[in-house]
Design a protein around this ligand. Sequence first.
Ligand SMILES: *Cc1c(COP(=O)(O)O)cnc(C)c1O
Length: 360
Amino acid sequence: MGRVYNFSAGPAVLPEEVLKEAAAEMLDYNGTGMSVMEMSHRSKAYEEIIQTAEQDLRDLMNIPDNYKVLFLQGGASQQFAMIPMNLMKNKKAAYIVTGQWAKKAYQEAKIYGDAVEVASSADKTFSYIPDCSDLDIPEDADYVYICENNTIYGTKFWQLPNTKGKTLVADVSSCFLSEPVDVTKYGVIYGGVQKNVGPAGVVICIIREDLITEDTLPGTPTMLKYKVHADNGSMYNTPPAYGIYICGKVFKWLKKQGGLAAMKEYNEKKAKILYDFLDQSKLFKGTVVKKDRSLMNVPFVTGSEELDAKFVKEAKAAGFENLKGHRTVGGMRASIYNAMPIEGVEKLVEFMKKFEAENA
Ligand SMILES: *Cc1c(COP(=O)(O)O)cnc(C)c1O
């Protein structure tokens, strides 16, 4: 069997070119006679891999010099704790709860201090982004937290919240490198890479230098201190070496595609094909308020659980994998990350048209 169109929310599709390159280098990386998996992270060859990866990411995102780039482990979920442990100097933070990942981060922060929910879209099953232009943000809040693209519900902050001068912390796991960003608007941008950048096991954390201090909450483990990782160039201990190598290849691939502005254009084009179809379909409909739609995760339903299940099953048989919606939401979800080719979306829509005609 050949490659399928993989609409998984994560771990997710990677550029075929990257996978082929990695395969070609599997037994002998660049004349070293070994795989990147087998080499010392202190070796010259590896040093070059991680440094090149960081530089390429800096180029892509235009990351200012006063921000550190950290390659960490523990998944995005570990950041839910690491952020309050390192940033909650006043033991207070404002959370905007727009989905399950934001909610988990909010609940985790409550273990460490006074996490305040300043806005939420739970009242309508997280199908929209609340108005964040004038929130009641506590005077002494250390930061304002958002999940910028809500992987499960398919919403995206197209406008960042007014933090009233407080540091903005954003989980960008599922929109990482999908469009240009102005890094200076954030204190911390982080994401697990398995959604849009690389294999699971790597978390990238871009953090403004003044937020990296010795002053962490009492009891913070060494491995959960940003300063320890920053002072050691992400090499305090063995980093997720192979994963970082693949991320580096994805960065090169993104540069070759024309960078993040080109990626955004491509992603808009892809998403439009699917949304345009959903907007005129008599069977399928999108579940998200139009202005808040994500370009990366597109949830939709037929209105009948039976038909949803039938669709997912028939789509799978036709080579469209992982279209089942998140277990907490039901319906369908097509994740169309950077590496999903436009043909994948075009063919999916063709298939949906056929299914609609057959099940009218
Ligand atoms: C998948 C996801 C997470 C959780 O990532 P893990 O690496 O599994 O901990 C957190 N936030 C967002 C936005 C996600 O999409």
